[in-house]
Design a binder for this molecule. Structure first.
Ligand code: PHE
Length: 469
């Protein structure tokens, strides 16, 4: 394997490196994998995956999600990381400097910034709920297997305008603080220790959930597909979840790629991240659904599902309250890794492109998000009657980002890498100029990026938006 300095001189696009300000980077290769995993793993695994699986019919939805990760998610992730590492800049500038002519491909980066806003808008609210649940768990008030008790606790939180805003803003301040410590120190330190511990706890919860009387129905729901549940909107939701889960289609992986070392194996990293992330989502499913059925919750309860069910599982465990506190703390920390990467898309752009220093860029981004996000935060209280296209702001931000903007962003990334950036640069970036022995796999990925992933995304998008109906 060539040394990182040699590789950095040869990777196409790295000539732009000289023109850009010196960037902070991930210090070790393991740090890179963990930080990228830290972006992928978050509320998407523990909150969104179960929510969507419950409302979209279980096993069939899971199969669509897994296929989407394999045929669309991994190729798009690899493409984004490759562009970012070659161009070494924020998402907008990376796209601009990677474009050989004057075509406006940087708009993909701009769309990503918009997506970051939409996602952060509702994500910060859910993270705020998780944070609030740490304290609710500490007080012991939610440790109950009764759906009335857990439902009342959740409802009293989300219907309270003041609390909703406060928790969201507390979350924003914490994420902003993590970002201010800088890329390698802030992000790596937070994610390095966390994920294995969360995994262990999820396994404990899964074992408890599986051994509850009546758990079998939940397993059937998770693993026995009912093909009649495949609809245009299930397909779109499955593809959208793959994008959301892998943090792709909106520039986060371009931005993270820009911090990658030149000797990093991009496709290997993407594979490891994608499989670990998917396993954590499935594990969360196994932890939650048997309990949903055992305790008679509604699988399609929507965003509240996890907040109602998880306390019940812990209530049926020895030392349950203690473990529940740890669970919500870890989930909150996992959400920070994801939020940091979302905010990083904004901050690196404001910092490098608008030439505002990182500290100020972070503060401005947070203030913008606090204002914008309050629309989502108030969606179950003050603004619950305001609906656009029949959706509250919370649902609208969630739906448009995952089901439209991320797939559209990913579609254009595929077209760009497959047809504009081209084979030569892609191969150079993915084989580290021939020093990795992975040509066969890279050819296969390039084939997917050119012909398979964009066609699938386009068909699912048009179908989901009712074009073929
Ligand atoms: N992947 C993150 C999660 O599952 C969410 C995310 C989406 C992060 C897009 C960054 C970009 O929680």
């Amino acid at each position: 394997m060539s040394s990182s300095s040699q590789a950095s001189q040869q990777v196409p696009g790295s000539e732009f490196k000289e023109k850009l300000p010196l960037r902070d980077g991930f210090s070790t290769r393991l740090g890179v994998v963990l930080a990228t995993l830290g972006s992928a793993v978050g509320l998407g695994n523990i909150w969104k995956f179960p929510t969507l699986t419950g409302s979209s019919g279980g096993a069939v939805f899971i199969i669509i999600y897994i296929i989407s990760v394999l045929l669309i998610g991994i190729p798009v992730m690899v493409s984004e990381l490759a562009i970012g590492r070659s161009a070494r800049a924020n998402a907008v500038d990376s796209m601009r400097t990677s474009t050989p002519n004057k075509a406006p491909w940087w708009l993909i980066g701009a769309l990503g910034i918009l997506s970051a806003f939409l996602i952060m808008g509702f994500y910060t609210e859910v993270a705020g709920w998780v944070f609030a649940y740490i304290f609710k768990a500490m007080s012991g008030s939610i440790l109950s297997t009764s759906s009335e008790v857990t439902t009342a606790a959740f409802t009293s939180l989300v219907t309270n305008s003041v609390l909703s805003l406060v928790w969201q803003w507390v979350d924003l301040v914490i994420v902003g603080a993590v970002i201010l410590f800088g890329v390698s120190k802030g992000i790596e330190r937070v994610t390095k220790t966390l994920i294995p511990v969360l995994l262990v706890l999820l396994i404990v919860v899964a074992i408890r959930s599986l051994t509850l009387p009546g758990a079998g129905e939940g397993l059937e729901f998770l693993f026995k597909p009912d093909l009649s549940k495949v609809t245009a909107s299930t397909l779109l939701a499955g593809v959208g979840l793959a994008f959301f889960k892998l943090s792709i289609g909106m520039g986060a992986m371009i931005t993270y790629g820009s911090y990658f070392r030149q000797d990093q194996n991009i496709s290997g990293t993407a594979l490891r991240v994608a499989f670990s992330d998917m396993s954590i989502a499935l594990l969360a499913g196994v932890a939650i659904f048997p309990a949903v059925f055992a305790y008679g919750f509604q699988p399609d309860a929507g965003p509240s599902l996890v907040f109602l069910t998880i306390p019940s599982v812990f209530a049926s465990m020895p030392a349950g309250n203690f473990f529940m506190v740890i669970f919500f703390i870890l989930t909150f920390i996992a959400s920070i890794g994801a939020q940091v990467s979302l905010l990083e898309v904004l901050v690196s752009y404001v910092n490098e492109h608008l030439k505002i220093n990182r500290k100020a860029a972070t503060v401005y981004s947070m203030l913008g998000l606090a204002v914008f996000g309050s629309l989502a935060a108030l969606s179950s209280s003050l603004l619950s009657n305001i609906k656009l296209f029949g959706l509250t702001f919370f649902d609208l931000f969630d739906f448009t980002s995952s089901n439209i903007f991320l797939p559209v962003g990913g579609l254009f990334i595929c077209i760009f890498v497959g047809w504009v950036w081209g084979k030569e640069k892609f191969f150079a970036a993915l084989t580290n100029n021939g020093s990795l022995n992975n040509q066969g796999f890279v050819s296969f990925l390039f084939f997917l990026i050119r012909f398979v992933s964009p066609v699938l995304v386009l068909l699912v998008l048009l179908n989901g938006l009712g074009v073929f109906a």
